[in-house]
Design a protein around this ligand. Structure first.
Ligand code: PGA
Length: 257
Protein backbone atom coordinates (compact mmCIF):
# COMPACT_ATOMS: atom_id res chain seq x y z
CA UNK A 1 0.00 0.00 0.00
CA UNK A 2 1.25 3.49 -0.85
CA UNK A 3 1.83 5.74 2.15
CA UNK A 4 -0.13 8.98 1.78
CA UNK A 5 2.00 12.10 1.60
CA UNK A 6 0.96 15.68 2.30
CA UNK A 7 3.44 18.42 1.48
CA UNK A 8 3.05 22.09 2.32
CA UNK A 9 4.45 24.30 -0.42
CA UNK A 10 4.99 27.58 1.38
CA UNK A 11 6.16 29.36 -1.79
CA UNK A 12 7.64 32.81 -1.07
CA UNK A 13 6.01 33.18 2.31
CA UNK A 14 7.36 33.32 5.89
CA UNK A 15 10.50 34.84 7.31
CA UNK A 16 12.72 32.52 9.36
CA UNK A 17 11.05 33.64 12.60
CA UNK A 18 7.59 33.14 11.11
CA UNK A 19 8.56 29.72 9.76
CA UNK A 20 9.82 28.61 13.17
CA UNK A 21 6.58 29.79 14.77
CA UNK A 22 4.43 27.98 12.20
CA UNK A 23 6.27 24.66 12.53
CA UNK A 24 6.24 24.95 16.32
CA UNK A 25 2.46 25.45 16.15
CA UNK A 26 1.90 22.36 13.99
CA UNK A 27 4.57 19.90 15.04
CA UNK A 28 2.95 17.99 17.91
CA UNK A 29 -0.49 17.81 16.31
CA UNK A 30 0.98 16.51 13.06
CA UNK A 31 3.12 13.93 14.83
CA UNK A 32 -0.01 12.57 16.50
CA UNK A 33 -1.56 11.66 13.13
CA UNK A 34 -0.59 8.12 12.13
CA UNK A 35 0.29 6.69 8.75
CA UNK A 36 0.63 9.89 6.70
CA UNK A 37 3.92 11.39 5.62
CA UNK A 38 4.04 15.16 6.25
CA UNK A 39 6.55 17.46 4.59
CA UNK A 40 7.23 21.19 5.00
CA UNK A 41 8.66 23.04 2.01
CA UNK A 42 9.69 26.47 3.30
CA UNK A 43 11.74 29.09 1.43
CA UNK A 44 15.48 28.30 1.35
CA UNK A 45 16.32 30.82 4.09
CA UNK A 46 14.14 29.01 6.64
CA UNK A 47 15.14 25.45 5.73
CA UNK A 48 17.99 24.99 8.26
CA UNK A 49 15.86 26.19 11.17
CA UNK A 50 12.85 24.13 10.14
CA UNK A 51 15.09 21.08 9.69
CA UNK A 52 16.46 21.51 13.22
CA UNK A 53 12.93 21.74 14.63
CA UNK A 54 11.85 18.45 13.07
CA UNK A 55 15.15 16.58 13.47
CA UNK A 56 14.65 13.10 14.89
CA UNK A 57 10.91 13.15 14.13
CA UNK A 58 9.12 11.63 11.17
CA UNK A 59 8.33 15.08 9.75
CA UNK A 60 10.06 15.79 6.45
CA UNK A 61 11.58 18.90 4.94
CA UNK A 62 11.70 19.78 1.28
CA UNK A 63 13.12 22.55 -0.88
CA UNK A 64 11.01 24.22 -3.55
CA UNK A 65 13.66 23.96 -6.25
CA UNK A 66 17.35 23.24 -6.84
CA UNK A 67 19.94 23.59 -9.58
CA UNK A 68 21.46 20.52 -11.20
CA UNK A 69 25.15 21.43 -11.08
CA UNK A 70 27.22 20.29 -8.09
CA UNK A 71 28.90 23.66 -7.51
CA UNK A 72 30.42 26.53 -9.43
CA UNK A 73 29.81 29.99 -10.79
CA UNK A 74 25.99 29.98 -10.80
CA UNK A 75 25.05 33.12 -8.92
CA UNK A 76 21.86 32.75 -6.95
CA UNK A 77 21.49 28.99 -7.36
CA UNK A 78 21.43 26.20 -4.75
CA UNK A 79 23.03 22.83 -5.50
CA UNK A 80 21.50 19.41 -4.84
CA UNK A 81 24.18 18.69 -2.25
CA UNK A 82 23.32 21.87 -0.38
CA UNK A 83 19.65 20.93 -0.39
CA UNK A 84 20.44 17.37 0.72
CA UNK A 85 22.28 18.69 3.77
CA UNK A 86 18.90 19.60 5.29
CA UNK A 87 16.13 18.11 3.15
CA UNK A 88 14.80 14.75 2.06
CA UNK A 89 12.40 16.13 -0.56
CA UNK A 90 12.50 18.70 -3.32
CA UNK A 91 9.68 20.11 -5.42
CA UNK A 92 10.67 20.15 -9.08
CA UNK A 93 8.96 21.81 -12.03
CA UNK A 94 6.21 23.65 -10.18
CA UNK A 95 4.05 25.50 -12.70
CA UNK A 96 5.15 28.84 -11.20
CA UNK A 97 8.77 27.93 -11.96
CA UNK A 98 7.82 26.85 -15.46
CA UNK A 99 5.80 30.02 -16.05
CA UNK A 100 7.92 32.73 -14.41
CA UNK A 101 11.43 31.28 -14.34
CA UNK A 102 11.80 29.60 -17.69
CA UNK A 103 11.78 25.98 -16.56
CA UNK A 104 11.27 23.52 -19.37
CA UNK A 105 10.64 19.80 -19.54
CA UNK A 106 14.37 19.43 -20.13
CA UNK A 107 15.48 21.39 -17.06
CA UNK A 108 12.89 19.53 -15.00
CA UNK A 109 14.38 16.22 -16.13
CA UNK A 110 17.93 17.37 -15.30
CA UNK A 111 16.84 18.53 -11.87
CA UNK A 112 15.09 15.22 -11.12
CA UNK A 113 18.27 13.31 -11.99
CA UNK A 114 20.41 15.63 -9.86
CA UNK A 115 18.02 15.26 -6.93
CA UNK A 116 18.02 11.46 -7.19
CA UNK A 117 21.81 11.41 -7.29
CA UNK A 118 21.71 13.02 -3.84
CA UNK A 119 19.03 10.70 -2.46
CA UNK A 120 16.41 13.42 -2.46
CA UNK A 121 12.86 12.42 -3.28
CA UNK A 122 11.59 14.67 -6.06
CA UNK A 123 8.01 15.90 -5.98
CA UNK A 124 7.57 16.37 -9.72
CA UNK A 125 4.83 18.80 -10.74
CA UNK A 126 2.75 18.48 -13.89
CA UNK A 127 -0.52 20.06 -14.95
CA UNK A 128 -2.35 21.87 -17.70
CA UNK A 129 -3.41 25.50 -18.13
CA UNK A 130 -7.01 26.58 -18.43
CA UNK A 131 -6.48 27.17 -22.14
CA UNK A 132 -5.25 23.62 -22.69
CA UNK A 133 -8.05 22.24 -20.59
CA UNK A 134 -10.67 24.11 -22.58
CA UNK A 135 -9.07 22.90 -25.79
CA UNK A 136 -9.49 19.32 -24.55
CA UNK A 137 -5.72 18.81 -24.39
CA UNK A 138 -5.31 17.93 -20.71
CA UNK A 139 -4.59 14.28 -21.31
CA UNK A 140 -1.97 14.71 -24.05
CA UNK A 141 -0.28 17.62 -22.26
CA UNK A 142 0.05 15.84 -18.93
CA UNK A 143 1.15 12.62 -20.62
CA UNK A 144 3.90 14.50 -22.48
CA UNK A 145 5.04 16.26 -19.30
CA UNK A 146 5.28 12.96 -17.43
CA UNK A 147 7.17 11.29 -20.29
CA UNK A 148 9.65 14.16 -20.55
CA UNK A 149 10.16 14.35 -16.78
CA UNK A 150 10.94 10.63 -16.51
CA UNK A 151 13.20 10.41 -19.55
CA UNK A 152 16.21 8.22 -18.78
CA UNK A 153 15.08 7.19 -15.29
CA UNK A 154 15.08 3.56 -14.17
CA UNK A 155 11.94 1.82 -12.95
CA UNK A 156 13.36 1.73 -9.43
CA UNK A 157 13.93 5.49 -9.51
CA UNK A 158 10.43 6.14 -10.80
CA UNK A 159 8.88 3.89 -8.15
CA UNK A 160 10.33 6.17 -5.47
CA UNK A 161 9.06 9.42 -6.96
CA UNK A 162 6.17 11.60 -5.96
CA UNK A 163 4.32 13.14 -8.91
CA UNK A 164 2.00 16.06 -8.19
CA UNK A 165 -0.83 16.67 -10.63
CA UNK A 166 -1.60 20.36 -10.31
CA UNK A 167 -3.98 21.86 -12.86
CA UNK A 168 -2.76 25.44 -13.20
CA UNK A 169 -6.30 26.81 -13.23
CA UNK A 170 -6.84 25.35 -9.76
CA UNK A 171 -3.69 26.78 -8.12
CA UNK A 172 -4.38 29.64 -5.75
CA UNK A 173 -7.80 30.23 -7.29
CA UNK A 174 -9.97 28.64 -4.62
CA UNK A 175 -11.38 26.49 -7.38
CA UNK A 176 -10.07 22.94 -6.99
CA UNK A 177 -10.62 20.23 -9.57
CA UNK A 178 -13.54 18.01 -8.70
CA UNK A 179 -12.55 14.76 -7.06
CA UNK A 180 -13.64 12.82 -10.16
CA UNK A 181 -11.59 15.03 -12.48
CA UNK A 182 -8.51 14.85 -10.27
CA UNK A 183 -8.85 11.08 -9.92
CA UNK A 184 -9.17 10.65 -13.66
CA UNK A 185 -5.95 12.53 -14.43
CA UNK A 186 -4.00 11.03 -11.52
CA UNK A 187 -5.09 7.51 -12.45
CA UNK A 188 -5.97 7.24 -16.13
CA UNK A 189 -3.31 9.73 -17.24
CA UNK A 190 -0.36 9.97 -14.81
CA UNK A 191 -0.34 6.44 -13.39
CA UNK A 192 -1.30 4.95 -16.74
CA UNK A 193 1.59 6.78 -18.41
CA UNK A 194 4.02 5.36 -15.87
CA UNK A 195 2.57 1.89 -16.49
CA UNK A 196 2.99 2.23 -20.25
CA UNK A 197 6.55 3.57 -19.96
CA UNK A 198 7.63 1.03 -17.31
CA UNK A 199 5.36 -1.65 -15.89
CA UNK A 200 2.37 -2.07 -13.58
CA UNK A 201 4.37 -2.62 -10.35
CA UNK A 202 6.23 0.66 -10.96
CA UNK A 203 2.96 2.47 -11.64
CA UNK A 204 1.46 0.93 -8.50
CA UNK A 205 4.41 2.14 -6.42
CA UNK A 206 4.70 5.75 -7.55
CA UNK A 207 2.85 8.17 -5.30
CA UNK A 208 0.62 10.72 -6.99
CA UNK A 209 -0.56 13.89 -5.28
CA UNK A 210 -3.27 16.26 -6.32
CA UNK A 211 -2.57 19.98 -5.85
CA UNK A 212 -4.58 23.15 -6.43
CA UNK A 213 -6.79 24.84 -3.84
CA UNK A 214 -6.81 21.92 -1.41
CA UNK A 215 -8.53 22.98 1.78
CA UNK A 216 -10.20 21.22 4.70
CA UNK A 217 -13.60 21.40 2.99
CA UNK A 218 -12.53 19.42 -0.11
CA UNK A 219 -9.86 17.11 1.36
CA UNK A 220 -12.09 14.18 2.32
CA UNK A 221 -13.61 13.85 -1.13
CA UNK A 222 -10.33 14.24 -3.05
CA UNK A 223 -8.31 11.95 -0.81
CA UNK A 224 -10.94 9.23 -0.79
CA UNK A 225 -9.99 8.56 -4.42
CA UNK A 226 -7.81 5.50 -4.91
CA UNK A 227 -5.28 7.10 -7.27
CA UNK A 228 -4.81 10.24 -5.17
CA UNK A 229 -2.11 9.39 -2.65
CA UNK A 230 -1.76 12.80 -1.10
CA UNK A 231 -1.69 16.50 -1.71
CA UNK A 232 0.61 19.38 -2.50
CA UNK A 233 -0.91 22.17 -0.46
CA UNK A 234 -0.13 25.85 -1.04
CA UNK A 235 -2.19 28.52 0.69
CA UNK A 236 -3.78 26.21 3.27
CA UNK A 237 -0.36 24.97 4.41
CA UNK A 238 0.38 28.46 5.78
CA UNK A 239 -2.45 28.15 8.32
CA UNK A 240 -1.57 25.71 11.11
CA UNK A 241 -5.16 24.71 11.83
CA UNK A 242 -5.97 24.12 8.16
CA UNK A 243 -2.89 22.03 7.40
CA UNK A 244 -3.40 19.90 10.52
CA UNK A 245 -7.02 19.34 9.54
CA UNK A 246 -6.05 18.42 5.97
CA UNK A 247 -3.63 15.80 7.29
CA UNK A 248 -6.23 14.46 9.73
CA UNK A 249 -8.86 14.23 6.99
CA UNK A 250 -6.36 12.44 4.76
CA UNK A 251 -5.62 9.84 7.44
CA UNK A 252 -9.35 9.30 7.83
CA UNK A 253 -10.04 9.14 4.10
CA UNK A 254 -7.34 6.47 3.75
CA UNK A 255 -8.71 4.48 6.69
CA UNK A 256 -5.65 5.07 8.87
CA UNK A 257 -7.40 6.28 12.01
P1 PGA B 1 -2.71 26.26 -3.61
O1 PGA B 1 -1.27 25.95 -4.25
O2 PGA B 1 -3.00 25.15 -2.64
O3 PGA B 1 -2.53 27.58 -2.93
O4 PGA B 1 -3.69 26.29 -4.73
C1 PGA B 1 -0.88 24.64 -4.56
C2 PGA B 1 0.48 24.63 -5.21
O5 PGA B 1 0.79 25.52 -6.01
O6 PGA B 1 1.31 23.74 -4.92
Amino acid sequence: MRKPILAGNWKMHKTVAEAVALVTDMRDALLAIPGVEKVFCPPFMAIPDVARLVQGTELGVGAQDLYWEESGAYTGEVSPGMVAEFCNYVIIGHSERREYFGETDETVNRKIKAALAHNLTPIVCVGESLELREAGRTESWVTDQVRAALDGLTAAQVAGLVIAYEPIWAIGTGRAATADEAERVCGAVVRATVASLYDQPTADAVRIQYGGSIKPSNTAELLAKPNIDGGLVGGASLQAADFIQIVQLTAKAKGLE
